[in-house]
Design a protein around this ligand. Structure first.
Ligand code: RB5
Length: 147
């Protein structure tokens, strides 16, 4: 399983820690993020992660900026991407089970590395339930298709 990772300048350290963590869980990481702390623009990296997931190059995406919000908005602009931006594990888990999210984002200026690992665990270790949720997930795609 491949994970596309992306980040801006605010999240280099957290990206490195989470990359090592998900690799230790057996995932292959494609790093689309910056490795420099020089100021840069989060939409660039959110889009790269979103496109990697939407194209099938990666199975999932994890993107980190200062808040997780900007990079999440950017990734979510790519058709087929469903983003979970969260700061605690419960929402991450339910976003997989009910919303079939395929990109997770969080903020390096919001949460610490141990919370980030718990969020990642809940997000990666739980599967989409389908069933009654599929109709609603289909409706999300219909919104996208209406433009
Ligand atoms: C960069 O300063 C900051 O705005 C960015 O990392 C992110 O938090 C945007 O949503």
């Amino acid at each position: 399983m491949k994970i596309a990772m992306g980040n801006d300048h605010s999240a280099v350290e957290l990206k490195n820690a989470i990359q090592a963590y998900v690799e230790s869980k057996g995932y292959e990481v494609i790093n689309f993020g910056t490795d420099s702390t020089e100021s840069c623009d989060y939409p660039v990296y959110g889009e790269k992660v979103g496109r990697a997931v939407a194209s099938g190059e990666a199975d999932y995406g994890i993107a980190i900026c200062g808040t997780g919000i900007g990079i999440g908005i950017a990734a979510g602009k790519v058709k087929g991407v469903r983003v979970c931006t969260c700061s605690e594990p419960y929402s991450a888990r339910l976003s997989r089970m009910h919303n079939n999210t395929n990109v997770l984002t969080f903020g390096a200026r919001v949460i610490g590395v141990e919370m980030a690992k718990m969020i990642v665990d809940e997000w990666l270790d739980n599967a989409y339930e389908g069933g009654r949720h599929q109709r609603r997930v289909d409706q999300l795609a219909e919104i996208e298709n209406r433009g």
